[in-house]
Design a protein around this ligand. Structure first.
Ligand SMILES: Cc1ncc(C[n+]2csc(CCOP(=O)(O)OP(=O)(O)O)c2C)c(N)n1
Ligand SMILES: [Mg+2]
Length: 185
């Protein structure tokens, strides 16, 4: 499955949940397919979507909070997995689009071809962890994790082939922050 296809499957399953996106193609893809006020796009700072998602989940326990992360991003902030597991927000779903490369910067190989990220999440203490590699499995897996008490982790293995013609997020960081805060308040 292509990265784009993973987004095409997941986005229709999201209603009013806050979604915090990792930088690079993850933001761009989601923005191009369906921009929403409750989308937070991390522009530039790699590795931090998971920390921001944890903060939002802790501050808004009544909302189901979704992080859409990348393999390179998550590897840059592995300590955050331990922090999420330790804080154990019941309302958090951490999705990782794993193409085994840093695709946004030229597809340099990441470590996720050798390191099983779902095992890292499981042994850190995430409550429910699923790894899938077929597009047809996304809907059931995501809806199941939405029902289960978190923190939950969904690893989606994809081919490295985001569409390079996908545009950049056109909102400024200030606009993204302001409308996101408005949407979740
Ligand atoms: C601290 C930091 N280092 C490097 C970059 C450059 N950079 C932006 S996106 C990215 C790759 C992210 O990889 P991954 O999370 O796997 O997402 P993908 O691009 O594969 O969708 C890199 C290296 C950055 N923005 N910030
Ligand atoms: Mg990647």
């Amino acid at each position: 499955m292509k990265g784009t296809e993973a987004f095409q499957e997941i986005l229709p399953l999201i209603s009013d949940e806050p979604v915090i996106h990792a930088n690079g193609f993850i933001c761009r893809e989601s923005f191009a397919l369906k921009d929403r006020e409750a989308n937070f796009y991390m522009i530039g700072s790699m590795g931090l979507a998971s920390s921001i998602g944890l903060g939002v989940a802790m501050c808004k326990p009544e909302k189901r909070v979704i992080i859409i992360d990348g393999d390179g991003n998550i590897l840059m902030a592995l300590g955050t997995l331990a922090m999420i597991a330790a804080e154990a927000p019941k309302n958090l779903i951490h999705v990782v689009i794993d193409n085994e490369v840093y695709e946004s910067t030229g597809s340099q190989r990441s470590l996720s071809g050798k390191i099983k990220l779902e095992q890292v999440a499981k042994s850190s203490g995430y409550k429910n962890v699923l790894r899938i590699d077929k597009k047809e499995e996304i809907k059931d897996a995501f809806l199941k994790l939405k029902e289960l008490t978190g923190p939950n982790f969904l690893l989606i293995k994809v081919e490295p082939c985001f569409d390079s013609s996908t545009g950049r997020v056109t909102h400024t960081p200030e606009e993204i922050t302001e409308r996101f805060m408005g949407a979740i308040t």
